[in-house]
Design a protein around this ligand. Sequence first.
Ligand code: UGA
Length: 446
Amino acid sequence: MASPERLRLTVIGCGYLGITTAASFASLGFDVLGVDIDPARVTQLNDGVSPVYEPGLSDLLAAQISSGRLRFTTSYETAAKHGDVHLVCVATPAGPDAGVDLSQVNAVAESLFPLLTRPCTVVGKSTVPVGTAATLAQRLRSSAPAGAEAHLAWSPEFLREGYAIHDTLSPDRVVIGVMEDADRPVKMLREVYANHADRGIPVVVVDLATAELAKLSANAFLATKISFINAMAEICEATGADIDSLSQVLGMDARIGPRFLRAGVGFGGGCLPKDVRGFLASADDLGTPAALSFLREVEAINQRQRERVVQRAGTLLEDSWARSRVAVLGAAFKPGSDDVRDSPALDIAARMHLRGAQVVVHDPQAMASARSLWPSLEYAPSTRLACQGADLLLVLTEWPEYVALDPVSLATHVRHARVLDGRNCLDAEAWTSAGWTYRGVGRRTS
Ligand code: UGA
């Protein structure tokens, strides 16, 4: 195995992806320098404190800072001197007109490229529209000083929130996108991922556009699976079939597989919805109608799913929104995260609030982020207080503590024992036996 000490890495952009990448590669023995333009964030990181919530990340960060293999700076000059490989991990949020905002990627190019005086590879890890890497490669050629021998590669990141360290250190595959005849960056990246390869993780070398597309199409496919199963849930409701059993049977087909077939309130977060919309915008620009119409439907089903849950809540409340107190358990877009970006849970809570209900929200991790996005909702410090006097309970994020709720004791706190299980995560029989009117998504209920 190549000695990791030989290559020095910089990680540019110390958000969620960057911190995880920096700490994970330091744990593999690399000398890593993280770069961020925010001095307060850099100070915090150098103190070993993570500004983002991710299971295990604080401990990993603190350990790697103590080991001396990881530190952070605001200086691009220091970064340019340090790095053999520069991993670009800046955010690419949704931009105007459903496109993608590449301003942070462009800022890195502007700040870093002219300072690259030694042989190095700049590796994009952020999710970008197809064609971005080729444009950056061109820019690198024109703005890096003569003789710098700087190459551009793209290696998209597939990590999930809540499993970020595991997914960085043990992904299903590593994709390396390069220009033709690019031996040097491939060699460097094979060294960066030597530990992965030694553990049997496939490392696939492709061209730049395919690497960019690998990430976008993976997220689009996952979104498609979710919208597909939600469409099936609608059919289950219309026919009396049961979505849990259907998902199980479908997942047993090795060609389909069981994952991402959980029906519910639909997908959310900072990635899947944004990437589907960004992909849609690209498909429109490229004039590729098949992808365009197909992904439009994936997105439409996802939005409709939220509204269907609200309508169902209205039916349970006999449409007397203004006189109803509704408890919402869950604000994060999924458990194990404090992220409320495009969260179906918070969106549904807000829609019910806008219809006039008194909505009280609880989440074990995402209260602060939810409150800053929707200050007009009420927030309760405990599940029990959220449910106190409620006319309807909605479980919209499947946190383990909600799955483990005791329906018998909870029934004594609510005004009406009605529950809408937006994640199909509760034991329908146990809740029904405890006197609750139970509704899931596409689940057959007695
Ligand atoms: C997603 C991808 O899974 C990662 O591979 C990718 O790297 C990442 O986006 C990214 O682009 O950075 P993440 O946003 O952390 O990861 O979330 P997922 O675990 O994919 O879940 C997305 C949404 O789908 C959540 O709202 C979740 O509740 C929902 N979901 C997931 C379902 O509704 N049903 C399912 O069966 C699975």
